[in-house]
Design a protein around this ligand. Structure first.
Ligand code: FES
Length: 140
């Protein structure tokens, strides 16, 4: 019997032999089924009660501005808010080196806000936006 796998527009659901299968990822060693409402890794972690700071995403609905949601996804450090969940992703959030990076970046972000600087993702400042490995535009 041949297995037919079809992806439908909802990125978090796969159809295998006519049966809906949720996408599964691993966060800090915990196996998680992605909810169709999860738009990115921050959403997946939050719904699974795994803490990850994401100030620009949560407070402003922006993506890629604060750089404070960095996680290691399949061995690469990228922004969790700019990364759609995909089947089998191995995600690390709670590790001392990642926590230290997030702490510094959020501190800088808060200082910038205090100084009246805002994230302008329409500018040529490429540091403002960092595409994920999945090609997700961070400042759409
Ligand atoms: S939440 Fe700000 S860059 Fe991801």
């Amino acid at each position: 019997m041949t297995t037919v796998q079809t992806k439908i527009p909802l990125d978090s659901i796969t159809i295998i032999d006519g049966i809906f299968k949720p996408i599964k990822v691993t966060i800090d060693g915990k196996h998680i089924e992605v909810d169709p409402r999860d738009r990115n890794i921050v959403d997946v972690a939050t719904r699974s009660k795994i803490g990850i700071p994401a100030p620009c995403y949560r407070d402003e609905g922006r993506v890629g501005c604060c750089k404070g949601c960095v996680a290691e996804i399949d061995g690469e450090q990228i922004f969790a808010c700019a990364t759609k969940p995909q089947e089998g992703m191995d995600i690390v959030i709670n590790r001392p080196d990642l926590k230290a990076i997030r702490k510094e970046r959020i501190k800088d972000y808060m200082n910038n806000i205090d100084n009246g600087e805002t994230c302008d993702c329409s500018s040529d400042d490429s540091s403002c936006c960092a595409p994920s490995q999945n090609g997700t535009s961070c400042c759409g």
